[in-house]
Design a protein around this ligand. Structure first.
Ligand SMILES: [Zn+2]
Ligand SMILES: [Zn+2]
Length: 183
């Protein structure tokens, strides 16, 4: 996931070539809810721009997630586009420092060895591509809120709860109020 772009930086603007993402460098999953479940895959086209190197392509990250309804762990591939520009920190010919763009948050550096490390760009784009609520299956039945049984494996013997738990407190309040009125 780290590529040396020294030759590309010396090439004319518009030059490009493709690189395959390898899995030799571990992806840092800081702030990502889940674990890596296999090797990161994908292909990026590296374009020489007038300022640096634009990397674009599609990345697939196999993830082990926890279902938010039944708490089962499951593996799924998260696939997302990646379009990020990388800027040199030193001039490839002279070795002189190069001023980076004003907003370092929006750009990624090409290091002093003329390498682009795509891992932080992948992590940030993975964060955006993660499902809001991970479900092992769209129709996951979840756990029984009373006995905790996994309802995907079959029904339990609990009486069905018709009212959402979040409204239970409200219901009690309302019941109390109407009881007082009846008095
Ligand atoms: Zn589930
Ligand atoms: Zn139950």
């Amino acid at each position: 996931m780290i590529f040396n772009v020294a030759q590309l930086l010396k090439a004319p603007v518009g030059t490009s070539y493709d690189v395959a993402l390898d899995d030799e460098d571990k992806l840092d999953l800081q702030d990502v809810e889940g674990e890596l479940a296999g090797p990161v895959a994908g292909q990026l086209r590296l374009h020489r721009t007038n300022q640096g190197v634009f990397a674009s392509g599609t990345v697939t990250v196999p993830m082990r997630l926890t279902c938010t309804r039944c708490l089962k762990e499951f593996d799924t591939d998260i696939t997302f586009p990646l379009h990020e520009e990388f800027y040199p920190t030193i001039d490839v010919v002279t070795g002189a420092p190069v001023a980076t763009p004003d907003d370092p948050e929006l750009s990624f550096p090409i290091n002093r060895r003329h390498e682009i490390d795509t891992r932080e760009a992948i992590r940030q784009n993975l964060l955006l591509a993660m499902p809001m609520r991970a479900l092992h299956s769209e129709d996951c039945a979840g756990l029984c809120s009373q006995c905790g049984k996994d309802l995907n494996e079959g029904p339990c013997d609990c009486k069905p709860e018709v009212v959402d738990e979040r409204f239970a407190a409200l219901r009690e309040l309302l019941n109390g109020a109407s009881a007082t009125e009846a008095d």
